[in-house]
Design a protein around this ligand. Structure first.
Ligand code: SAM
Ligand code: SF4
Ligand code: SF4
Length: 341
């Protein structure tokens, strides 16, 4: 029987983002812009069985939504095996994955057969040269092939676009039109100053209001698609009924309703994208802690949770990137690509 646990702001623990690897086959400028990275030691990366053990503890504590992420989740070998194991747990009501799509064409069928419920693909541009500059790989064709392969298999597929001023903010309409052909829902994400976004600056952020203004100039009046949800995207409706989302994590954060936490590929549990430290569940697990002991650690940590990272950042004056490069090198857990977004 599952029980909901509440933090200090009465937020339940419901969502777990499970990073299956910190490795990635792209180098997006808003996530991994540096020439070199320090990786988590291979021997620290959790085996699938260990991830399942920890997931079971989280399920006992009320988590019912799991999103596989990374790094790039599809670079980890045999991910459909993990998906199948998780899909066999009926307490997981939502089993999703966020991927950059590069390896999706070859894996979409296997993921669906394994029981993955939902898929989100990150896509920031439709222009090959721009993709190369943004992601430092010539892989737009592969991503587009991945979306084409996955869209019929995963109805309601979502496309996430980080909007950056002067980089891709002239493609909003193109992306809406692209998604329409696949009946996919595009979500425009404000550029966040998370760890790893070492090139971030406030003048590069395109606020939600401006995204909406741009789209209403092209399409006419935009209305909210009202529905209660703890999901971060605010959904909107174009005059022809097309739905899209805007995730305004930087200018209008949604910390008050945040029910998510993150488990890194090496088993550290973080309560906020902006948190400086996490709980080492790998050490406890490999040290022989029982499920009840792990549950006790998780319950106590969530109970004390006060994090409102993005809201706190709003109060910072002269905002610069959150964490300097040399600090990131000393602790790769502070990186977005380790936390999983
Ligand atoms: N590699 C996969 C991908 O890109 O979809 C999954 C991991 S990635 C860290 C998860 C999400 O975080 C992606 O949609 C990415 O666009 C988003 N992200 C990374 N850095 C970001 C930033 N600085 N601001 C906003 N979103 C960011
Ligand atoms: Fe890009 Fe995702 Fe890789 Fe980060 S983890 S560099 S967002 S593909
Ligand atoms: Fe949740 Fe932290 Fe993001 Fe706020 S900043 S929504 S508390 S993860």
């Amino acid at each position: 029987m599952s029980r909901v646990i509440l933090d200090q702001h009465q937020r339940p623990l419901r969502n777990l983002r499970l990073s299956v690897t910190d490795r990635c086959n792209l180098r997006c400028s808003y996530c991994m812009p540096e020439p070199e990275y320090v990786w988590l030691p291979r021997e620290d990366i959790l085996h699938f069985e260990e991830m399942e053990q920890l997931v079971d503890v989280f399920l006992d504590l009320g988590v019912d939504r799991i999103r596989l992420t990374g790094g790039e989740p599809l670079v980890r070998r045999d991910v459909p095996t993990l998906v199948a194991a998780l899909a066999a747990r009926p307490r997981i009501t939502d089993l999703a994955m966020t991927t950059n799509g590069v390896l999706l064409a070859e894996q979409a069928r296997a993921l669906a057969d394994a029981g993955l419920h939902r898929l989100t693909v990150s896509l920031d541009t439709l222009r090959p040269g721009r993709f190369r500059d943004l992601a430092r790989a010539d892989d737009l064709d592969k991503v587009l092939a991945g979306i084409a392969a996955a869209a019929p298999i995963f109805p309601g597929i979502k496309i996430d676009t980080v909007v950056i001023r002067g980089i891709n903010d002239d493609e909003l309409v193109d992306l809406v039109e692209f998604c329409r052909q696949y009946r996919a829902e595009v979500r425009f994400i404000e550029y966040m100053d998370v760890g790893g976004a070492t090139h971030w600056s406030m003048d590069r952020v395109v606020p939600r209001a401006q995204i909406l203004q741009e789209l209403s100039r092209a399409y006419g009046a935009i209305l909210p698609a009202a529905e209660p949800s703890s999901a971060p995207a605010d959904r909107y409706r174009l005059p022809d009924g097309t739905i899209f989302g805007v995730i305004s994590s930087t200018t209008q954060p949604f910390c008050s309703a945040c029910d998510r936490s993150r488990l890194t590929a090496d088993g550290l549990w973080y309560l906020c994208l902006y948190a400086q430290g996490g709980l080492d569940l790998r050490r406890a697990l490999r040290g022989g802690a029982s499920a009840a002991q792990l549950a006790g650690m998780i319950r106590a940590t969530w109970h004390d949770r006060r994090d409102r990272g993005a809201e706190d950042r709003l109060t910072a004056r002269d905002r610069v990137p959150l964490i300097p490069v040399d600090t990131l090198r000393r602790d790769p857990h502070l990186e977005m690509h380790t936390r999983g977004g």
